[in-house]
Write a protein of this length. Structure first.
Ligand SMILES: Cc1cc2nc3c(=O)[nH]c(=O)nc-3n(C[C@H](O)[C@H](O)[C@H](O)COP(=O)(O)O)c2cc1C
Ligand code: SF4
Ligand code: SF4
Ligand code: SF4
Ligand code: FES
Lengths: 901, 425
């Protein structure tokens, strides 16, 4: 701690930070533009000027940039000083000389940092009388809008895009008062995290194009604190609604999880909620066609179907909440509940869960991943599977080079000097995958091979770390020395991390990763092991427990069940069409609860419209093992309701009185936490519905929310009572007190004078630190203190196909591989068309080129696809886009044959 | 007066080749320096009181002492000769580059040896095509003669030298903008500290030094610090290349003792004002220095003297304003240049200077308003040292702020008459 004096008052502040950061942490208002907590200080905008005095006697002082000046012990500054205040006002005037002042038609209006800072400095009149400079605006793709005339040249966007996110197709061009921020020509922004520009840019240059299509001002949106459902990482989001449609997603800061940033799948995938594919009414198959029926009729029909409960099984879902899965399990009984994961996914997730429970490696948060100082990735294309983690890993490679800055006493927050000193030094980061990844540009070394060989490299690394770990035979000299280099890098790090996961469907890879972690621990390190999870609640549903989909199929096949209740799950994404068709034709009754139309809907006899994340509450367990609660953004319309409510109603209809207790979310959460010991802590993921903030509920709507009395006047001129929310302490209302809610209950960030998302400053314990009261979520997995399990033993030989066979591996796509986000038009536009990928040399040998049609045969099916040449793909492998084509046979990887069509 | 910097310059300006340069006494300082310890070389330069000739006047020897040396120092270390020379009115380095390239190379070897540099760059203004050709030739000759490359003169010291032609921005002459440009990045200046001496080119210790500064080094090594101090007429040591441009009889460039007065330069060397023109003022050290006027003619052109008079020695190359030239028009031209050359990094500079240019243009074109002068003064204060990220903007407003002080009535006449009094139509 150091002591600084601001306007004559003494404050204790944390050492190693800038004066700007210290002042903002103290809650003082000091305007800024070019500084960003995640990007550090560069001193460009000069907006943060304060007066600094040498000592008590110095009365003249001099202007300094608070973002560039360390909060050293004894520093004396004045924010209020007249000269400093006048200078700050002047900066706004300077920025405004060319600014179009088109707030009324600007999408940033009402949540604009430039507006906020302008008001803060008191600038109100521009003296210039000259024409403003104008720019050409670019087409940047379906997700982001560009309006360059609003630019204030703060350089945040380019620093974020290039230096932080590693993008190449965006830059600052030209100079003086004409600096242009964009691509060198129109085109889709290539970086998977480009959407953060919308929040990074303090003005309306970069705005959300999906919001533009159904635009609403921030103050007119109703928000819910939510959790992203588009991968297993559980980024926290703030989702906004008006007139019953979801309008946009913005980042909801969680210091340990997503920090300040989301991926574009998470930010723009939300439009599935509004899609035409939504199921809105109960449907019943009559004369072979699904026909709308009333809720009462649906429940009546269900009561009939459930007459013999012993014949009923339930299939849960890794994309449904714990509460919904648990309710289904309660409905059908624990032994007739299946998780809905495919056999292989179920097995791999169980293995992963056991590894994380037993230790010795600990599952890190994304924040910890960012701070890891040596990383080995085994088998995961992180950017496309767990996107936000890739952004964290991109920062991790700066950890070791930053130590050099420490030695030269260059503060880490002084962004450019740290980067200039480090230059291109990065790492260590080693990536072993079948194909090139979007992190390769920061990798120390990459290794391209088939899944089995990736596992074997992992085993070899473990052996190099600890001779007690089993070795693998048959590695090449190059592979051995690579393993030795990786081992050395991990061993000499302070916070080594292994990243792996189930993406290649390889238990061997997971075991190899566990061996590396175990060997690191034997070598005296405290390793982290991060295992990706494919969906938002894969880990959660696995913790509830139950058989796999294959087991469910077996139950029906064997005749022990004939009625199936499926929860938020499209089985065609988890097993081959043949297997699923067979299952459906042997089951007598199929009941489905889901929010969107899927191929499974076409097989159901009864369909109940389930709420999406935006219209429901629940808990998800992220791949970190963090249970996080998401809350309704707006009440579901019509017959739509949360799956757990449907399941409760079904139980009630079937005379199961115990379900009567589930009147609200808290009751279900309590059941989950009582019923599943591993999930006992989930109740603590967020305060219960009885929580009150200064005696009132927390408003979901900003206090400036407009049209409350008029928005439903076309239906009824008297203003309806706002819907009650019995599930949480949030209210569908603008009424309430302005005070900071507990971290997991913050619907949106706003603070007086801080209308933009940068108001998050006011909600943190310290800038870039945890939200006050602790970051949202509760960690469920800590390694047990017990003896770590023994090393896994590698198979003696990697698997091989017969001559002429290609090992077909899944290739993941941030846009396209995930089920729900694909329904968002912007994401759909960016999704790839089906293809089969080949290494160009392999393609050459086959006599095929880019776009050549080939016939791909595996097991008994064959399919014609265009070839896509993929230089980074390991030789002998072929790749299929994951989640885009129907699953063939038992899934990938699989041996296949390819011939010219 | 003893010729120092110009002693090797031939009447036709064609530089001596390496052999001829050696015969004329060149390259003698190299073996001399290589026999000393690097620290001793630095010490001599420190004692000589040599101050940087690029504009800021920082003591050269002292700058070198900030470079980490010895076995644990990071390598490669770099030396950069700043030959960007884009300051309007400044053309002194050009003479040295075009006509005495070996002298510069010799000075760079000495400097590189003192700081134990491994690689040296000559960063030349791109438009200096002739200089670039001659430098490239001279560098090649120096390699052939064994003054560059591995194990120079058997000393164990090695130095690689490259000539780099600038893409052409004024900011590339600012020492950290230069480093970014050399690295292939935008020529924005860098945060200091850390200074380039500690983390410079490619993150390694680096010294950036003006061409004229470096060209002095062989002579200091050959003749010693006391001799160097004795060359001057003032407390600042050595000789100086002084230039005069504007409507004088003989505009040009002369090597004279440091501390020569403005009057002597103007009247004796430049031959006074052209017939029928009267002297009104002078930018003593290039475009980015404050005007001085008739009352300052006896000011000594050294660092302290010009500063006391309210301006800067800068590059020592003065631009003279006469009574037939409109001061507003002159300042407008200058601010046009500076606004255009602003790198666009910090708000006061990129927004303030282009605003100043707009105001000056409208005054000059007869559309001035009384408030304009207040706004111009605001911009000058806005761009004061410390308010901006680098020295470009503070330098840029020096001619403006001093013109507002000394030629205020001319601005006012423009505004009142809605016309430039110097324009006939
Ligand atoms: C905008 C700007 C342009 C500059 N251009 C030059 C230049 O062209 N040549 C030069 O030697 N110094 C130039 N300087 C000064 C350099 O930053 C630096 O001080 C100098 O090169 C150091 O060398 P010296 O100590 O030998 O003078 C410039 C400074 C600024 C702010
Ligand atoms: S586009 Fe936005 S973030 Fe980028 S420089 Fe302009 S105002 Fe700053
Ligand atoms: S990384 Fe995953 S959880 Fe985070 S925003 Fe993207 S899809 Fe959502
Ligand atoms: S003063 Fe600012 S904008 Fe101007 S050149 Fe220097 S850094 Fe660039
Ligand atoms: S925030 Fe300090 S200079 Fe921009």
């Amino acid at each position: 701690m150091t002591k600084i004096f601001v306007d004559g008052k003494a404050y204790e502040v944390k050492a190693d930070q800038s004066l700007l950061q210290a002042c903002l942490s103290l809650g003082l208002n000091l305007p800024y533009f070019c500084w960003h907590p995640a990007l550090g200080s560069v001193g460009a905008c000069r907006q943060c000027a304060v007066k600094q005095f040498r000592d008590e006697k110095d009365t003249r002082g001099r202007l300094v940039m608070s973002c560039m000046t360390p909060a050293a012990d004894g520093t004396r500054i004045s924010i209020e000083d007249a000269e400093a205040a006048a200078f700050r006002k002047g900066i706004i005037e300077g920025l405004m000389l060319n600014h179009p002042h088109d707030c009324p038609v600007c999408d940033e209006g009402g949540e604009c940092h430039l507006q906020d800072m302008t008001v803060m400095t008191g600038h109100d009149y521009r003296r210039t009388r000259f024409p403003k400079r104008t720019f050409h605006n670019q087409y940047l793709g379906p997700l982001i809008n560009h309006e360059m005339n609003r630019c204030i040249q703060c350089y945040r966007c380019v620093r974020y895009y290039r230096e932080y996110a590693g993008g190449h197709d965006f830059d600052a061009f030209s100079s003086r008062s004409q600096v242009y921020f964009g691509r060198y020509q129109d085109g889709v922004l290539e970086n998977e995290f480009a959407g953060n520009l919308v929040e990074i840019c303090p003005t309306g240059v970069f705005t959300d194009k999906t919001l533009k299509r159904h635009y609403t001002r921030k103050w007119d949106l109703q928000f819910g604190p939510s959790v992203c459902v588009h991968c297993g990482l559980g980024c926290n989001i703030s989702a906004g609604e008006r007139y019953g449609t979801l309008r946009r997603i913005v980042n909801r800061y969680n210091g340990e999880v997503n920090g300040y940033f989301l991926c574009d799948r998470g930010r723009f995938g939300y439009e599935f909620v509004n899609s035409a594919e939504r199921l809105k009414q109960p449907l019943q198959r009559q004369d072979g066609k699904l026909q709308p029926i009333s809720k009462a009729r649906a429940l009546e029909a269900l009561a009939g179907l459930l007459a013999d409960p012993k014949k009923v099984i339930g299939i849960g879902s890794p994309r449904a909440s714990l509460e919904a899965n648990y309710a289904l399990r309660a409905l059908v009984g624990a032994d007739r509940f299946y998780t809905g994961l495919s056999a292989s996914a179920a097995r791999l997730t169980a293995v992963a869960l056991e590894m994380l429970r037993r230790g010795p490696a600990r599952t890190p948060s994304l924040g910890e991943i960012e701070r890891a100082d040596a990383v080995l990735i085994l088998g995961e294309d992180v950017t496309n599977v767990a996107p936000r983690m890739a952004l964290a890993l991109r920062q991790s490679v700066r950890q070791q080079p930053m130590r050099k800055a420490d030695q030269l006493k260059i503060p880490r927050w002084l962004d450019h000097p740290v980067r200039e000193l480090a230059q291109d030094q990065k790492g260590p980061l080693y990536i072993a995958t079948p194909a090139a990844t979007r992190l390769d540009d920061v990798a120390t070394e990459t290794y391209r091979a088939a899944p089995d060989k990736i596992a074997r490299l992992g085993y070899a690394v473990a052996h190099a770390l600890d001779a007690g770990a089993p070795d693998v035979a048959g590695l090449s000299e190059a592979e051995r020395s690579l393993a030795a280099r990786i081992a050395e890098a991990l061993k000499s790090a302070e916070r080594p991390l292994v990243v792996s996961g189930p993406s290649l469907n390889s238990e061997a890879i997971l075991q190899a990763a566990a061996n590396v972690a175990r060997a690191l621990s034997a070598a005296g390190r405290a390793p982290s092991l991060s295992l990706t999870a494919p969906e938002c609640n894969t880990l959660g549903v696995t913790m509830i427990g139950g058989g796999s989909l294959a087991d469910a199929f077996q139950a029906v096949k064997s005749g022990s069940a004939d009625t199936v209740i499926i929860l938020e799950n499209d089985l065609y994404r988890r097993a081959s069409a043949r297997a699923v068709d067979e299952f459906f034709s042997s089951a007598r009754h199929i009941v489905l609860l889901d929010s969107v139309t899927t191929p499974t809907v076409q097989k159901a006899e009864l369909v109940l419209p389930a709420a999406t994340f935006a219209e429901s509450d629940g808990t998800l367990v992220s791949s970190e093992g963090r249970a996080q609660r998401f809350f309704e953004v707006y009440p579901p319309v019509g017959e739509i309701q949360s799956s757990w409510r449907w399941l409760r109603d079904i139980m009630m209809a079937a005379g199961r009185r115990e379900a009567a207790a589930w009147q609200d979310l808290d009751a279900v959460v309590a059941s989950v936490s009582d019923g599943i010991p591993a999930l006992a802590a989930v109740a603590q993921a967020a305060p219960s519905a009885s929580f009150r903030l200064a005696g009132a509920k927390i408003p979901r709507e900003p206090h400036r929310y407009s049209g409350r009395t008029a928005m439903l006047a076309n239906i009824n001129v008297s203003e309806p009572k706002p819907p009650e929310d019995s599930d949480s302490s949030l209210a569908f209302s603008m009424e309430g007190v302005f005070a900071q809610p507990p971290a997991s209950l913050i619907p949106f960030f706003w603070s007086p004078g801080w209308n933009s998302i940068q108001s998050v400053n006011k909600f943190q314990e310290e800038i870039a630190g945890p939200l006050r009261g602790g970051d949202p979520g509760v960690r469920l997995l800590e390694p047990s203190a017990a003896e770590p399990r023994a090393y896994f033993t590698p198979a003696s030989e990697p698997t091989s196909g017969s001559a002429g066979e290609w090992l077909l591996v899944p290739l993941y796509h941030i846009f396209g591989s995930e089920e729900l986000s694909r329904l968002a038009p912007g994401i759909a536009e960016l999704s790839p068309q089906p293809y089969v990928a080949l290494n160009p040399e392999d393609a050459n040998a086959l006599g095929v080129q880019e776009e050549t049609s080939v016939t791909l045969s595996l097991e008994s099916v064959s399919r014609t696809l265009p070839v896509k040449l993929m230089p980074g793909l390991a030789r002998g492998l072929a790749g299929l886009p994951a989640g885009i084509l129907p699953i063939e046979g038992s899934g990938l990887p699989a041996w296949s044959r390819i011939s010219r069509a | 007066m003893e010729k120092v910097l110009t002693r090797y310059i031939q009447p036709d300006g064609v530089p001596l080749d390496a052999r001829a340069y050696e015969q004329a006494g060149g390259y003698q300082s190299v073996p001399k320096a290589l026999k000393m310890a690097p620290k001793e070389v630095t010490e001599i330069v420190k004692q000589s009181n040599l101050r940087g000739r690029g504009g800021a006047g920082f003591p050269t020897g002292m700058k070198w002492t900030f470079v980490p040396t010895g076995p644990n120092a990071p390598h490669p270390k770099y030396l950069c000769a700043n030959a960007d020379e884009m300051e309007p009115g400044t053309f002194k380095d050009r003479l040295l580059l075009e006509s005495a390239p070996h002298q510069l190379i010799e000075g760079m070897i000495v400097a590189a040896y003192a700081i134990e540099a491994d690689v040296a760059y000559i960063f030349v203004r791109g438009e200096y095509v002739l200089a670039i050709e001659r430098l490239q030739k001279a560098v090649a000759e120096a390699y052939n003669a064994g003054y560059l490359g591995q194990n120079i003169l058997g000393s164990g010291f090695s130095l690689q030298m490259y000539v780099h032609a600038s893409g052409g921005r004024y900011m590339c002459g600012e020492e950290t903008g230069l480093l970014n440009a050399l690295e292939g990045k935008r020529a924005n200046p860098r945060t200091k500290p850390p200074f380039p001496q500690v983390s410079g080119l490619f993150g390694k210790p680096t010294i950036v030094q003006n061409v004229e500064t470096l060209s002095n080094l062989p002579h200091i090594l050959n003749h010693g610090p006391e001799w160097f101090k004795g060359l001057s007429k003032s407390e600042d040591a050595g000789t100086k290349l002084y230039g005069v441009s504007g409507k004088v009889k003989r505009p040009g460039l002369w090597e004279l003792p440091m501390g020569t007065t403005i009057r002597e330069l103007l009247e004796e060397h430049a031959g006074g004002m052209q017939e029928g023109l009267a002297f009104r003022g002078v930018l003593p050290g290039g475009a980015s220095t404050d005007f001085l006027t008739a009352q300052h003619l006896d000011v000594k052109m050294d660092f302290g003297g010009v500063q006391k008079a309210g301006s800067r020695l800068g590059t020592g190359t003065m631009i003279v304003l006469d009574d037939r030239t409109c001061p507003v028009g002159m300042v407008r031209n200058l601010e046009h240049f500076f606004a255009q050359e602003s790198c666009g990094w910090c708000t006061p500079c990129w927004s303030g200077l282009s605003w100043a240019e707009q105001i000056l243009t409208s005054i000059e074109e007869g559309r001035g308003r009384p408030e304009d002068l207040e706004e111009l003064e605001f911009i000058c204060k806005f761009c004061a040292p410390g308010n901006t990220f680098c020295a470009l903007a503070p330098g840029a407003v020096e001619p403006l702020q001093s013109a507002l002080k000394y030629f205020r009535e001319d601005f006012e006449r423009h505004i009142l008459a809605q016309h430039c009094p110097w324009r006939t139509h």
